[in-house]
Design a protein around this ligand. Structure first.
Ligand code: FAD
Length: 123
């Protein structure tokens, strides 16, 4: 699944200026992922047929980016084991993407770190 996801991500033209075209590419990519995950066909059809969209271009947001047309992606944080280490003899646990030991800095890390803390709490 992870390998397939990376292959699909390559298809999107990141410099696409046409919002409608970009939204269509994103919807098609998401539909492919939903198909691979075996999701409900009706939901997939609705996604493909969707006409409403909103495109958020982070580089163009004044308070987010200093460069409206970046040509490379800054590296995400590296894995730091110490950030996931509990404190107060195991009573204080740290979640949040930067603490993740696999995908820090992205949504997967946010979810992964939450799952880790839930597992810790269940012990
Ligand atoms: C511009 C931008 C674009 C991004 N694009 C992508 C992307 O395309 N794909 C991807 O995977 N990731 C992307 N990311 C990264 C992704 O958004 C983060 O990795 C993810 O949101 C981190 O989730 P989190 O739950 O760890 O922290 P957050 O989402 O930052 O949540 C922390 C929450 O804690 C709250 N908080 C902080 N301090 C306190 C306090 N003292 N008391 C109470 N609440 C507090 C904050 O208000 C916030 O709601 C992007 C990030 C940015 C900024």
């Amino acid at each position: 699944m992870r390998k397939s996801l990376l292959l699909i991500l390559k298809k999107i033209r990141l410099q696409e200026e046409d919002d409608a075209a970009l939204a269509k590419q994103c919807a098609e990519q998401l539909a492919e992922l939903w198909e691979m995950a075996g999701m409900d066909r009706e939901a997939i059809s609705a996604l493909k047929a969707a006409a409403d969209f909103e495109v958020q271009r982070w580089p163009k947001e004044e308070l987010i980016s200093l460069d409206a047309q970046p040509h490379h992606i800054h590296p995400h944080p590296a894995v730091v084991p110490l950030l996931a280490a509990p404190e107060w003899e195991g009573r204080l646990l740290w979640a949040g993407t930067e603490t993740d030991q696999r995908d820090p800095g992205v949504m997967e890390g946010a979810i992964g770190s939450a799952a880790r803390v839930i597992r810790e709490l269940a012990k």
